[in-house]
Design a protein. Structure first.
Length: 376
């Protein structure tokens, strides 16, 4: 009789099985068949035990499967992995955009000085460093972070004017092609040494004005300070553009950038305009310093690498294009964060330099820059 029962289980198994069914269909009848087979080979098993086990499995068939075991809606392990990798990539993009906007603000300062005088302030990174350290001193003295920002910007304004007056104007006056390069680099080294003697060589922590708990944006974590960096950088660059387009002095800056000799003939004090462009350049760098300081450590060496990478952004995007600088900054920032995570932090500086070499070889004016043709 048990052998006939086993055959009946096989027939019922084929008739009632459904794909993906748990505690029912194939698995259910196979379980009963296994019990019957075992009972057939064990004379002492007893019909009472067999019936009790059959009743148990019949009752189990009516129970709803527990969530997470055999549920059709449960995501597979591959789906979980894909979602996790997507969130990680999204978070790296967010961090890269914030870092890239800092590069863009510093590179924007390079663009300002190059447009008016054809020179660059290679001490931009040191202006950022000084802005961050001065801001840290004011915050430590009890000044509110939001009140400290305009004070630091004012400091950057005077620091940039000092650089132009001491290092750049004499070189422009004698029409030296390389004097302003060495002068700005030398002043940058002096500023760094002064910072080491005043604030020390150890890196300092800058207190964050915003909560450090991350926010969820499309499922990925974003620090509130990173959002402030992106927003503050955009506001600063838009404010400078508005100043250049809508104010009398800003139009003088634009005129000097277009043709310095013609602007001078029209009565514009081009020397004052060039000084102002350097002051505005250092102001933007100092502002970037107080933005990025809460996200990193503040010290006398923090500006060297940032200034160099911002220069790479200016070349990649184009020294004559504000939009190119923003795009170039985001490209470099995202490339650094993704390379540091997926490959190694030791190689995170490589993509920017490789991209710089490619752009210089293919399009020397930059991705968005315009090639100027001069008659000689």
């Amino acid at each position: 009789m048990l052998n006939q029962f086993v055959v009946w289980c096989d027939v019922t198994d084929r008739a009632r099985s459904k794909p993906g069914e748990f505690c029912g269909g194939t698995r259910y009848w196979r379980a009963i068949r296994s019990i019957a087979c075992a009972a057939a080979g064990m004379k002492h098993f007893g019909w009472e035990k067999l019936l009790s086990l059959v009743t148990f499995f019949a009752a189990a068939k009516k129970v709803t499967p527990a969530p997470g075991r055999g549920s059709a809606n449960r995501p597979t392990r591959n789906q979980d992995s894909i979602e996790a990798q997507t969130m990680i990539l999204l978070q790296l993009i967010y961090s890269g955009v914030a870092l890239g906007m800092i590069y863009a603000v510093i590179a924007f300062g390079y663009q300002l000085t190059f447009a008016t005088s054809g020179t660059l302030n290679f001490g931009q990174g040191d202006a950022l460093m000084l802005g961050a350290l001065v801001g840290l001193t004011l915050v430590s003295a009890g000044v509110n972070y939001w009140l400290m920002i305009p004070l630091v910007c004012l400091f950057g304004l005077f620091q940039g004017a000092f650089v132009e007056r001491i290092g750049v104007r004499p070189a422009i006056k004698i029409k030296s092609e390389f004097g302003w390069i060495m002068s700005t680099i030398a002043l940058g080294i002096i500023f760094k040494n002064v910072a080491e003697n005043v604030w020390g060589r150890d890196d300092l922590r800058f207190p964050s004005p915003l909560p450090e708990a991350p926010l969820k944006v499309f499922g990925a974590n974003v620090l509130p300070m990173e959002l402030l960096v992106v927003g503050g950088a955009l506001v600063m660059m838009l404010a400078v553009e508005f100043f250049n387009r809508k104010t009398i002095f800003g139009k003088a800056v634009v005129a000097t950038a277009n043709d310095r000799d013609a602007a001078s003939l029209m009565g514009i004090n081009t020397g004052l305009v060039i000084m102002f462009s350097y002051a505005l350049s250092s102001l933007t760098a100092a502002f970037a310093g107080v933005l990025i300081a809460p996200l990193t450590l503040t010290g006398a060496t923090m500006g060297a690498v940032l200034g160099l990478k911002a220069f790479a952004v200016a070349i990649i995007g184009g020294l004559s294009s504000g939009m190119g600088i923003i795009v170039g900054g985001m490209i470099l920032g995202i490339a650094e964060t993704t390379t540091g995570f997926y490959i190694s932090t030791g190689y995170k500086d490589v993509p920017g330099l490789v991209l710089l070499l490619i752009v210089l070889a293919v399009k020397p004016a930059g991705l968005f820059g315009k090639t100027a043709i001069k008659k000689v």
